[in-house]
Design a protein around this ligand. Structure first.
Ligand code: HEM
Length: 191
């Protein structure tokens, strides 16, 4: 929890203090001086809000925090493709981020739709899967850190493109597989 909170707060602060940004990201910031900081702030907050909303699920705060989280994710998700396609590192990485944003906001919409129709378990499942996709932002940076320490810099673009897909789909499939083997199959839940 401490690590997730730290990563979230750091992302929020980077929206104001981006001096240490690598060239590829500094260019994006120049092109999108409002959209990119909005993405960083809302993306960073989502790392705190998503687990917070899940932890508060049995309290009266769940509904209000849930609404704030949904609005936050919507903003972070809508801004992500703009950031992705502004001078992308590679087209494959931009497509990976766009797919992540679509799956992220799609799961959010499915979760809201399910709870509005009284399907609690399907709602929980969608939100758990959405949390898994959110964690992709963390795995992306963990894999990036490991690569810059141990990787071959000649293949950076290939690694970056792969990371943009794997970092979020890996936790997503891990949660899907966990659900299947824990007897809480998804069939009939995701409408
Ligand atoms: C889950 C859906 C998300 C998508 C699709 C997404 C997409 C992106 C993209 C495309 C970039 C620019 C990197 C590039 O183009 O090479 C970026 C940067 C950034 N995002 Fe997100 N993002 C998401 C969630 C988050 C979350 C949860 C955080 C919280 C940490 C976050 C914080 C940031 C920050 C701080 C940057 C600036 C540079 C960096 O630290 O890498 N984003 N995001």
């Amino acid at each position: 929890m401490l690590f997730v909170t730290y990563a979230g707060l750091r992302a929020v602060l980077e929206a104001w203090d981006s001096d240490g940004f690598p060239e590829a990201l500094a260019v994006k910031l120049e092109l999108l001086p409002i959209i990119f900081p909005v993405h960083m702030v809302t993306g960073g907050l989502s790392l705190i809000l998503v687990p917070g909303t899940i932890l508060l699920r049995k309290t009266r705060f769940h509904k209000i925090i849930g609404r704030i989280t949904a609005a936050d994710i919507l903003l972070a998700g809508i801004t992500a493709p703009f950031v992705a396609w502004a001078v992308p590192v590679t087209i494959i990485s931009a497509a990976g981020f766009t797919a992540q944003a679509l799956v992220w906001t799609g799961l959010l919409a499915a979760g809201i739709w399910n709870i509005r129709n009284g399907r609690l378990r399907a709602h929980q499942t969608c939100m758990l899967l959405m949390a898994a996709v959110t964690s992709g932002a963390l795995f992306f940076r963990i894999f990036l850190g490991l690569w810059s320490r141990f990787g071959d810099h000649h293949y950076f673009n290939d690694f970056y493109a792969l990371n943009a897909w794997v970092a979020w789909s890996l936790p997503l499939f891990a949660v899907l597989i966990f659900h299947r083997f824990s007897g809480r199959g998804l069939r009939g839940q995701l409408h």
